[in-house]
Design a protein around this ligand. Structure first.
Ligand code: GLC
Length: 567
């Protein structure tokens, strides 16, 4: 049974996203793995986080870096074994860290045995009903059933060959005649499941139990707004830049359909069969925040990623607005707000905040990007943004490497790019490889300590050594020490269970965000000039403050400070 609502660990937790393939390799193949994660857990503990979320490590052909699962109850050999997972959980729990498993229910891999069976089955067969198969349009069914466009580019449908070989077209050497089409919101190797189907629902309840039985403290649920599609699958023309992850779901017939909530209530029921407050976090790209709050009503998810916060522009007004809206909307349904600035799908915030212009959201950048980057400005702002975020009440998500100030890698050679978006759009969109480059630990080691053989599945740039963890450890003013201090103070000052009171003096300022949370005054300067600070001892500074000529402490531009508040 869940403990009394209000005290659950996830309400105030800082959750660190581990992207296993890029975190720590232990066997030397150039891809990170679970034993690697286990080895580095003490370093995460010393950083001061409460939980780790592991991006998918289940069996998968890795066509979308593991978000294409071919067996939900097996560990992919690339990442290790089930024993390795169990050892990881044991070690994490011994350190007082929780473990969140990434669950991908919207689609399986096309290698999953359910899909293989569906392909081999006749139209109308129950194996086909587990996915979304439809006849094509046109006299010979030669046109896709509707005009939907995949989030990764190209059509959302592919056609199959009917026959015992059951193949996806074009299929070399396979027998049969062109038959039905199947739906995939993402890559053609990620067929969408049919969540109207009871069998599918029951299977997933058991998959959840499988991981809960092995000590998972909860799940991050992939594409939680996509499982139910609008009845009749009506045509929908996306904006010129192509289909997005959502945000306009009033119009998009595959995002945020009301029927999806029934599924989450069932999942909640499964988690409630277990003790210890197992948590459910939704990846639901839903806007505005009031709508997103539907996902975290009592009896559904505990948390949802706050993507409006992630993409808020670096202006005082936008930040105050999104913070107010988040606290109000989530608070209204009794959920904590979450805060997040980076993950494995978006441009790292140390680069995003240094990009000129108004770049499109949620995609990578490359050498021909029309949005020039000022790296020094980006890092400065990223440190200020993180210091601001970690002072906010609720739960915060960190993405591996942001505590080192890592930038997006822009100049990955074309031939090394792996994200399916790159291929599907014929290089028009760079995809997300730039935020997934293996992270640097020890500057002097091969591949900066990532892999014992010095291999790395995506090439690390030369500048990586300068960001290595051992170069920052114990170095005053380093980004690592900034995060560590922020997490320590956040805990000791109980900021995560506090609140936001805007400081009158700056409550309408165009350049300053300033609030009080319990005994801490937080001031962020987004303007171009230093500002004078109220009295109070600095507890944390994203950039050094200095005493001005008038004896007032001055906060430089693009910096955040935490001050001890007067009574
Ligand atoms: C989610 C994941 C992303 C993946 C997609 C399809 O958005 O975060 O990495 O490509 O779902 O599973």
């Amino acid at each position: 049974m869940a403990i009394e609502s209000g005290d659950e660990w996830w309400r105030t937790a800082v959750i660190y996203q581990v992207y296993p393939r890029s975190f720590q390799d232990s066997d030397g193949d150039g891809v990170g793995d679970l034993p690697g994660v286990t080895r580095r857990l003490p370093q995460l503990k010393s950083l001061g986080v409460d939980a780790v979320w592991l991006s998918p490590f289940m069996q998968s052909p890795q066509r979308d870096a593991g978000y294409d699962v071919s067996d939900y109850t097996k560990v992919d050999p690339l990442f290790g074994t089930m024993r390795d997972f169990e050892a990881l959980v044991r070690e994490a729990h011994a350190l007082g860290l929780r473990v969140i498993v990434d669950m991908v229910p919207n689609h399986t891999s096309s290698d999953h045995k359910w899909f293989r069976k569906a392909l081999a089955a006749k139209p109308g067969n129950k194996a086909r009903d587990r996915y979304i198969f439809r006849d094509g349009r046109g006299r010979h069914g030669q046109k896709p059933p509707n005009n939907w466009q995949s989030v990764f580019g190209g059509p959302m449908w592919d056609r199959v060959l009917d026959g015992k070989d059951g193949s996806v077209l074009p299929a070399k050497g396979a027998n049969g005649k062109p038959g039905q089409w199947y739906l995939h919101i993402f890559d053609s190797s990620q067929p969408d499941l049919n969540w109207e189907n009871r069998w599918v629902r029951d299977k997933f309840k058991n998959i959840l139990r499988f991981w809960l039985d092995r000590g998972a403290d909860g799940f991050r649920v992939d594409v939680a707004h996509g499982l139910v599609k609008q009845g009749g699958l009506p045509d929908y023309t996306p904006p010129a830049e192509g289909a997005s992850m959502g945000g306009n779901e009033a119009a998009e017939p595959y995002w945020g359909q009301p029927g999806v909530h029934e599924i989450w209530r069932e999942w909640r029921g499964v988690l409630d069969e277990y003790d210890g407050d197992r948590a459910l976090c939704a990846e639901a790209w839903v806007s505005p925040i009031e709508r997103m709050a539907l996902w975290v009503r009592p009896g559904e998810f505990d948390q949802a990623f706050n993507f409006d916060y992630m993409f808020a522009r670096w202006t005082a007004r936008d930040l105050r607005r999104v913070i107010d809206e988040s606290l109000t909307a989530f608070g209204a349904v009794g959920a904590p707000s979450t805060w997040v600035l980076s993950n494995h799908d978006v441009i790292r915030h140390a680069t995003r905040l240094g990009m000129a212009g108004d770049p499109p959201q949620g995609d990578g950048i490359g050498p021909r990007s029309p949005y020039p980057v000022d790296a020094a400005l980006g890092l400065r702002r990223a440190r200020a943004a993180s210091a601001l975020m970690l002072a906010l009440p609720g739960s915060a998500y960190l993405y591996q490497g942001e505590e080192l100030g890592l930038p997006e890698v822009i100049d990955i050679p074309d031939e090394a790019r792996q994200d399916p978006t790159w291929k599907r759009t014929k290089g028009k969109r760079y995809g997300r490889d730039g935020c997934r480059v293996p992270i640097p630990w020890e500057a002097e080691e091969p591949s900066c300590g990532f892999s014992p053989t010095g291999r790395a599945w995506l090439p690390q740039p030369g500048e990586w050594a300068a960001f290595a963890r051992d170069r920052q450890e114990g170095v005053p003013g380093s980004t690592l020490e900034l995060y560590r201090a922020a997490l320590r103070l956040r805990r000791s000052k109980r900021l995560a269970s506090g609140g936001v009171r805007w400081l009158n003096e700056w409550s309408r300022s165009r350049t300053v965000v300033a609030f009080r949370n319990r005994s801490v005054l937080v001031v962020a300067n987004l303007g171009r000039r230093p500002i004078g600070l109220p009295d109070g001892k600095p507890l944390l500074e994203s950039a050094p403050t200095r005493l001005g000529r008038n004896g007032k402490r001055m906060l430089p531009p693009d910096a955040t400070v935490w001050l001890r508040a007067g009574r």
